[in-house]
Design a protein around this ligand. Structure first.
Ligand code: MG
Length: 252
C-alpha cells in the first residue's frame, strides 16, 4: 500500500518536472515576427543552367569537344592526347594532361568512357583517373564486370575510400562524374587545419559523401599532407584508351 503511494507521488513529481521543463522550453523560444527572420541580401548571382549536362553560364569550359587549348602536358608542352569527333582520348604513354589554370574549391562535371573493346583485368582495364589539385585521385576504371580491390574501383578515392555503391555503366557507354571538392587548408606554419573533402555523384548516384582525404593519393605509401596552394586538374595516362568529353568546372 505504502509502495503504491510512493510510486504515485514519484510519478506526479516526474510529471510536474516535465511540465516545468516544457514550459521553460516554450518560454525560451518566443515567437518572432516572421519579417525579422527574412534575409534579403546578398542576392545570389543568377546562373543559367545548361541543358543535358551542358556547362552553366558561370562555368569555365575545360573541354567542349574542339581542342585542348585549356590543357598542357606534364612538362607544360602541347598535350599529345587525341581529339576526334568531339572526344578526347588518352594516347598511351604520352603522359598526363593538366589544366593551365589552377583551382582550389570547385564543382566539376566530367564525362568518361571505358574502351568498348574490353582488354585486361582489374586495374589494367579502362584505367585513368582525375586528380584534383594534381594530388587527389578519383579513380576512373571499367568496374562494370571486373574485379579489383574495392578502394581502387571506379568512384573510389584511390586507396582511401570505397565508393558507396558501384554505379558503373558498361564499357563503351558514356558515364558522368559530378564532383564537389574542397581544398585542404593549412596553417601558416604548414600544419593541416582542415583536410580536403570530396563529394562525388557517379551517373547521378552518390558514391562519395563529403569524404575527408587522408592526404595525396599514394600507390605504395601512407598518404601524408604537405602544404600546397591551388593546383591543376590532371587526367591520368594509365596506358588505356579511356575517353573524355564535356568537362567544365565552377570555382567556389
Ligand atoms: Mg587511375
Amino acid at each position: 500500500m505504502m509502495n503504491a503511494f510512493k510510486m504515485k507521488i514519484s510519478s506526479l513529481l516526474t510529471l510536474g518536472a516535465m511540465i516545468t521543463f516544457f514550459a521553460v522550453q516554450a518560454q525560451e523560444r518566443p515567437k518572432i515576427e516572421p519579417k525579422l527572420t527574412e534575409v534579403w541580401s546578398p542576392v545570389p548571382a543568377k546562373v543559367t543552367p545548361g541543358e543535358n549536362n551542358a556547362a552553366p553560364s558561370d562555368a569555365i569550359v575545360l573541354f567542349d569537344g574542339k581542342d585542348l587549348n585549356e590543357w598542357t602536358s606534364q612538362d607544360g608542352g602541347l598535350p599529345k592526347w587525341d581529339v576526334e569527333n568531339g572526344v578526347l582520348t588518352v594516347k598511351a604513354r604520352t603522359g598526363v594532361i593538366k589544366t593551365k589554370e589552377k583551382f582550389g574549391d570547385f564543382q566539376l562535371h566530367i564525362e568518361w568512357r571505358a574502351p568498348s573493346e574490353v582488354k585486361g583485368e582489374g586495374q589494367g582495364r579502362g584505367n585513368s583517373g582525375i586528380f584534383m589539385m594534381e594530388r587527389y585521385e578519383l579513380q576512373v576504371l571499367d568496374s562494370y564486370e571486373s574485379v579489383t580491390y574495392s578502394n581502387g574501383q571506379a568512384g573510389s578515392m584511390y586507396k582511401q575510400s570505397i565508393p558507396l555503391v558501384n554505379a558503373c555503366k558498361a564499357p563503351g557507354e558514356w558515364q558522368t562524374y559530378d564532383v564537389v571538392f574542397m581544398a585542404p587548408v593549412f596553417t601558416e606554419n604548414g600544419s593541416l587545419k582542415s583536410p580536403a573533402k570530396i563529394t562525388v555523384l557517379h551517373n547521378g548516384i552518390l558514391v562519395q559523401n563529403g569524404f575527408e582525404l587522408k592526404g595525396p593519393t599514394e600507390y605504395d605509401q601512407i598518404p601524408m599532407y604537405e602544404p600546397h596552394g591551388k593546383g591543376s586538374l590532371v587526367l591520368q595516362d594509365h596506358g588505356n584508351p579511356v575517353s573524355y568529353r564535356n568537362i567544365w568546372i565552377r570555382e567556389l
